[in-house]
Design a protein around this ligand. Structure first.
Ligand SMILES: Cc1cc2nc3c(=O)[nH]c(=O)nc-3n(C[C@H](O)[C@H](O)[C@H](O)COP(=O)(O)O)c2cc1C
Length: 202
């Protein structure tokens, strides 16, 4: 069987979701997937970025990561989306990318793929679940197969978010539990897609 094609498409302003996305790529690779790690292009005005030194620094640090394109969605068997919480919702940069997917959707090219999402917020009850659920609305419209982590692995009882891996950025950068949770989420998504691929080929 061909490896499961996995796109990890994320937006990150100050690096938290970027760290989660890198761990997701590790988890997917370990599960045997072919991985594309792709960042959503920054569209915020330069003056907004300049007002937050961590934002500008991360933009430079992540310059080597290729920008997401619609072809990455078309290519993938599995898509993991990562986004910070913005008032309980996904970042507008990611939404703007998703909102260019109409032609692919219209041709039925986004259906039957595995989708899952991860996030970060500044505070513990700052909207992680609502952000992931908001993204899932789109997965339903695409006819996707939504694969949440649930409590299907011991790490989930430590990380504590069955909707998708998430991290409280106000506590500092993601530690080993958060990174392991997103690695696990990626592995589970890839394993599910592999089972579907085998079943469809039979
Ligand atoms: C416009 C805006 C809205 C935000 N809304 C929330 C929020 O509702 N709850 C929260 O806990 N954090 C909120 N945050 C904080 C971000 O979620 C946090 O900085 C982010 O998760 C860090 O991820 P990053 O380092 O990948 O950018 C907000 C940040 C901005 C800039």
């Amino acid at each position: 069987m061909d490896p499961v094609k996995t796109a990890i498409i994320y937006y990150s302003a100050t690096g938290t979701v970027h760290a989660l996305a890198r761990a997701a790529a590790e988890g997917a690779e370990k599960a045997g997937a072919e991985v594309r790690l792709r960042r959503i292009a920054e569209t915020a005005p330069p003056e907004a970025i300049a007002a937050n030194p961590a934002w500008g620094r991360h933009l430079e640090d992540a310059a080597d990561v290729a920008e997401a394109a619609l072809d990455d969605l078309d290519w993938a068997d599995v898509v993991l989306f990562g986004t910070p919480t913005r008032f309980g919702n996904p970042a507008s940069q990611l939404r703007a990318f998703i909102d260019t997917s109409g032609p692919l959707w219209f041709q039925g090219r986004l259906s039957d793929k595995v989708y899952t999402a991860f996030t970060a917020s500044n505070t513990a009850h700052g909207g992680q679940e609502s952000t992931i659920l908001a993204l899932a609305n789109t997965f339903y419209h695409w006819g996707g197969i939504v694969v949440p982590p649930g409590y299907t692995d011991p790490v989930q009882f430590k990380s504590g978010n069955p909707y998708g891996a998430s991290h409280v950025a106000g506590d500092g950068p993601p530690g080993e539990v958060a990174l392991e949770a997103v690695r696990y989420q990626a592995r589970r998504a890839v394993d599910t897609a592999a089972a579907l691929k085998i079943g469809r080929a039979a």
